[in-house]
Structure formats: structure tokens, C-alpha cells
Write a protein that binds this ligand. Structure first.
Ligand SMILES: Cc1cc2nc3c(=O)[nH]c(=O)nc-3n(C[C@H](O)[C@H](O)[C@H](O)COP(=O)(O)O)c2cc1C
Ligand SMILES: [Fe+2]
Ligand SMILES: [Fe+2]
Length: 403
């Protein structure tokens, strides 16, 4: 592997993973994922910033040797202890026995617990600096709960480069180029929405705190732990993280998530979609919860302002694939959405009640009364469903005109 120079002092030494099928055992990786790592060279000392996942240790060590030759890295800065970045730390220690591990108190405690490492460590606090010699200084800013409690970012002052950990990261392995200016980045933006909403989505308020804290920093380059290095599209990337962490939708479209065993609820979902389209909504995602991976459903729900959920009652409860979606959005504390529910039953009407509870947990107010149907959708319930969707279209259009 050829290593990539990002600036006079910074090299990219990350690795691609196109083997793992599900990140964190849950989130599909059709485009793969990168574990980004960097070397910062000062005139006296050299620091590696963030590591890689265990299975890629050899590749990572080879890249370091390729750049440093006979020299040895002095520090490993761990911005985030999740094993996709720290998994290879023991192998790194074996390859470079003198390396000092730099982290905050919680990082070092996690590092002890995971890897049994409790010597040659350097504990840093919020705002501390680590001089690497000459005009190369790293400064640490603690940004807890983005998305673990120990997370921090590292700022290379002289180059205005932010090593941001998972913040501003995305799924998608790197295809040759590393820096955004050297590639078409289009494929990474949907993968950023999916990465943020799936993994960080619950911690919007902490991401907001981190963004406020970093507001004063001039940022010329973002070196996150996943996806491209951002230089020319920093504004777009920060805007996506800012809007999603404020739970603001990215557009005035609508997601219709439905579950259906025998097609009755599906007819209601199609009816709602047609009424939304007739009402002028152009971005509509109709998703069968049994068909599409929940990772994509969460991302679509965060993307659009409107949300219609339709499901039958199943064994005295909400149809489980739809319950899983509701659980996922309640866990993430979804806010600021226009919602409506459609529920079917044959002998006991539980679907609507359960959907309502999830929506109440998010403190969302539905745009219309729940649409209930029994057995199969009859003319009156179809008309009510279309009416509900028309009302949602009207509200979404008002939002579009205001925004
Ligand atoms: C396996 C199974 C379990 C069901 N459990 C319930 C139930 O507990 N209460 C109820 O009112 N209806 C129950 N139903 C009926 C469905 O909720 C109802 O027929 C629904 O309208 C079917 O919509 P669909 O065609 O979209 O699957 C059940 C149906 C099936 C197939
Ligand atoms: Fe992480
Ligand atoms: Fe990560």
C-alpha cells in the first residue's frame, strides 16, 4: 500500500475494510468502511493519531514503517476507544515498544480494561497541548458522548487540521484517493447520513455541545476516522452533522414505513403515498419494514420531515418489524417531525396504541387522527388515509415555502 501525504507534516495511514458485512454487528456496509489513521511529524517527535481495527494491524504497522523508516513513532493519540480504532493497539505496542499512549483519564481506563495496558501512557486534560517539536503542536479538546463518553478531538494548531474521531465520519471505503478534492464525493453523503443516524443519532445534544465548543477553531482540514479527509467540502459536512444533531430534517419529503403480511396495510401505504404526491411532495420514500434493512430506514426517517407509519396488529401487539423501527427512532429521540399512524386489526386493535406510545415518547404531535382499518381497507378508511396524507402534504409544503 502506498501511503498518502496530506500535508508537509501529516500522512494518511488508514486502511479499507471491504470484508466486514455489518459494522458493529448491525449496520450493512455495501460500500465498505475505512478506519482512518494519521501520522503527524514534528521536528522532534512523531505521533500516530487514531489506530485501526485488529484484523488490519499488519497493514497499519507496515504503513508506519514505510513512512518512518528506521525511526520509531513516539506517541499514539487515541481520540476514541471503540475497537474499530483501538483494536490493533497491542500489536502496535509489540511492533514499537517505546510508543507512549496518549488519552484522557477515561481513555486510559478503557485501554487498561480492554487491552491490559497500564504503562507508558500520557494522560491529557481538556485544552492540554503536546508539542512535537518546531512548529508542530497538538491540542486536545474533550467532546464526550460523540458517541462514547471518552471521545475527544485533536487539533494540529499550525495547520488548522482537526482530527475529529468519528465526528464528521461516514461509511464507504476509500477508492484510491483520500482527500475530497481528489475524488467525486457524491457516494459518501448518503453514507454520512446513515453513519450519523445509525451510530451517533441518539447523542444529538452532545454533538451540538461539541460543535459549539469547536466553533472558535479555524478548520482547514478535517481528518475523521471514517471516510474522506475533508478540505473543500467542510461547510457541507459540518452542516449535515449540525442539522442532524439538531434533529432537523434535511428535506421536506416524507417517509412511509409500513409492515404488511397479506397486503392490506400495504394498500393503505400506497394510498398515502399517492395522496402525498398529489399534494405536491416530491421526495417520498415508501419502505416495507420487512424488506429493507433498518439501517436505511433510520436514515430515511432522519432525512425527511414527514413520517407515516402503517402496521397491522400481530399477536396482540404491533407488527414486530415496524415495532423495531419505532424502537430505533424512540431510542434516538427523534424530534421535529410531522407524523401520522395507520393501524390494521381483525379482532383486537393494538397496533395504533403501540405506535402512539412510541410517538408520545418522542413528544411528536401527529398531523391527524390515527387511521384505523379492520379486516381490509374499506372506502371510508382509504378516504381517511388519503385525507391524512393530503394534510401532511399541505404542512410539508408550508415548511418548504418557509425554508
Ligand atoms: C399471524 C397473525 C397474527 C395476527 N394477530 C392479530 C391480533 O393479535 N389482533 C388482531 O386484531 N389482528 C391480528 N391479526 C390480523 C391482522 O392484524 C389484520 O388482518 C391486518 O389487517 C392484516 O394486514 P396485512 O394484510 O397488511 O398483513 C393477525 C394476523 C396474522 C396473520
Ligand atoms: Fe465509534
Ligand atoms: Fe469509528
Amino acid at each position: 500500500m502506498r501511503t498518502v501525504r496530506i500535508s508537509d507534516r501529516v500522512h494518511y495511514i488508514g486502511v479499507n475494510d471491504r470484508t466486514t458485512t455489518k459494522f458493529e454487528g448491525m449496520w450493512p456496509l455495501p460500500l465498505g468502511v475505512s478506519y482512518n489513521s494519521y501520522i503527524v511529524e514534528g521536528s522532534e517527535k512523531t505521533a500516530i493519531i487514531d489506530g485501526v481495527e485488529a484484523s488490519r494491524a499488519m497493514q497499519h504497522i507496515d504503513a508506519i514503517k514505510q513512512i518512518l523508516g528506521d525511526r520509531r513513532p513516539d506517541y499514539l493519540v487515541i481520540n476514541h476507544m471503540e475497537p474499530d480504532h483501538s483494536g490493533a493497539v497491542r500489536m502496535l505496542r509489540q511492533a514499537f515498544p517505546g510508543i507512549v499512549i496518549v488519552g484522557n483519564a477515561m481513555t486510559l481506563a478503557f485501554n487498561r480494561g480492554y487491552y491490559g495496558i497500564d504503562s507508558q501512557t500520557l494522560q491529557v486534560k481538556d485544552g492540554d497541548t503536546l508539542p512535537l517539536g518546531g512548529d508542530t503542536t497538538l491540542r486536545f479538546h474533550l467532546t464526550p458522548m460523540v458517541h462514547w463518553p471518552e471521545t475527544m478531538v485533536t487539533y494540529l494548531e499550525e495547520e488548522q487540521t482537526l482530527f475529529s474521531g468519528d465526528a464528521f465520519g461516514c461509511f464507504g471505503a476509500l477508492n484510491g484517493a483520500v482527500v475530497d478534492t481528489d475524488m467525486n464525493t457524491a457516494r459518501y453523503f448518503p453514507e454520512m447520513v446513515r453513519y450519523y443516524t445509525n451510530i451517533v443519532g441518539k447523542y444529538g445534544q452532545f454533538v451540538q455541545k461539541a460543535l459549539k465548543k469547536l466553533e472558535g477553531l479555524a478548520i482547514g482540514t478535517i481528518c475523521s476516522t471514517h471516510g474522506p479527509v475533508w478540505r473543500s467540502q467542510i461547510k457541507e459536512v459540518i452542516d449535515i452533522y449540525d442539522r442532524l444533531s439538531r434533529y432537523e430534517p434535511l428535506d421536506n419529503g416524507a417517509t412511509i414505513v409500513y409492515g404488511s403480511m397479506y397486503g392490506n396495510t400495504e394498500i393503505m401505504a400506497e394510498t398515502a403515498a399517492q395522496a402525498l404526491a398529489e399534494g405536491g411532495v416530491k421526495e417520498i420514500s415508501v419502505i416495507n419494514a420487512s424488506h429493507t434493512d433498518i439501517s436505511y430506514i433510520i436514515a430515511e426517517i432522519f432525512r425527511h420531515r414527514g413520517l407515516i407509519i402503517a402496521a397491522p396488529t400481530y399477536s396482540d401487539t404491533l407488527f414486530p418489524p415496524v415495532a423495531a423501527v419505532m424502537e430505533a427512532i424512540a431510542l434516538r429521540g427523534l424530534q421535529n417531525r410531522e407524523v401520522a399512524v395507520v393501524g390494521g386489526h381483525t379482532w383486537s386493535q393494538q397496533a395504533i396504541k403501540a405506535m402512539q406510545q412510541y410517538i408520545d415518547a418522542c413528544r411528536l404531535t401527529p398531523v391527524a387522527d390515527p387511521v384505523s382499518f379492520k379486516h381490509a381497507p374499506a372506502a371510508d378508511s382509504l378516504a381517511q388515509c388519503a385525507g391524512m396524507a393530503a394534510e401532511m402534504a399541505r404542512i410539508l409544503k408550508v415548511s418548504a415555502n418557509n425554508g
